[in-house]
Write a protein that binds this ligand. Structure first.
Ligand SMILES: CC(C)(COP(=O)(O)OP(=O)(O)OC[C@H]1O[C@@H](n2cnc3c(N)ncnc32)[C@H](O)[C@@H]1OP(=O)(O)O)[C@@H](O)C(=O)NCCC(=O)NCCS
Ligand SMILES: [Zn+2]
Length: 214
């Protein structure tokens, strides 16, 4: 892999230290931030925007106009369809895919511009092979486990699993799973301190979300 100029017509690098594999396909008007690496056969549709220090794995597809923040990891063969916003520090595992059309019809390209779209909030983690229904929000620091079929919004810090995905636990900012017994319940919230002493952050979970845990 070597430093290369963005090839798409009208595309620009925000700064110069983008690493772009020669076989990557970059659409018109794409913007790529400093320090981002794009591996072989990745495809970025026109107008896609990636922040700094991201990695786009081999064969990943990032649709037209998709917005990606900083420090985002997009693994091999992820399929990320518009409209989609990916905030900072999100992890997207191999073969993750998000649907965008609830009623697809062959040979009709629907205008998705007015759809609410999907958002991966900051720090969330989408496990290998997870599939997401259209127009969902995956909350901050949430975790979607491998192969989950996500059909509902995922609350912040929730861990979801299965088909259809259900909440099975909660995770800290550091990614560690929180135990099932909360330290403190105050009013309508659970306050849970991370058991990892090098982290020891407190995560606040609304009681209504906590009660949804299976
Ligand atoms: C790592 C992981 C598989 C296991 O998580 P865990 O909380 O330690 O779960 P456990 O291994 O204790 O399993 C608990 C139960 O859930 C089941 N389970 C675990 N992961 C599951 C999944 N993704 N889907 C369905 N069931 C799952 C286990 O079989 C076990 O069932 P049992 O009680 O009937 O035996 C899960 O957290 C995960 O999918 N993480 C994301 C990994 C990933 O995609 N990384 C990025 C790719 S490199
Ligand atoms: Zn922690």
């Amino acid at each position: 892999m070597e430093r290369a100029l963005i090839k798409g017509k009208g595309s620009r690098m925000i700064k110069e230290r983008v690493k772009l594999h020669p076989t990557a396909e970059i659409g018109e008007g794409v913007e790529i931030g400093d320090g981002t690496k794009i591996w072989a056969q990745a495809q970025l549709g026109a107008g896609a925007r990636l922040g700094a220090n991201c990695v786009v794995g081999k064969g990943a597809y990032i649709d037209r106009g998709v917005r990606v923040g900083n420090n985002v990891m997009i693994h091999n063969y992820a399929l990320l369809y518009r409209p989609l916003t990916v905030e900072d520090n999100v992890f997207i595992g191999p073969q993750v895919a998000n649907a965008n059309d609830p009623t697809p019809i062959a040979n009709v390209i629907r205008d998705t511009a007015k759809d609410p779209g999907t958002t991966f909030k900051k720090g969330c983690r989408i496990g290998m092979g997870a599939t997401l229904a259209p127009n969902l929000t995956i909350g901050e620091y949430a975790q979607v486990d491998m192969r989950a079929l996500v059909t509902r919004d995922v609350p912040p810090h929730a861990i979801v699993r299965g088909v259809p995905a259900k909440i099975v636990g909660f995770a800290c900012f550091c990614g560690k799973k929180l135990g099932k017994h909360p330290e403190i319940q105050m009013g309508a919230s659970i306050h849970h301190r991370c058991a990892d002493s090098s982290c020891a952050k407190t995560v606040t979970i609304p009681l209504e979300n906590y009660k949804r845990m299976k």
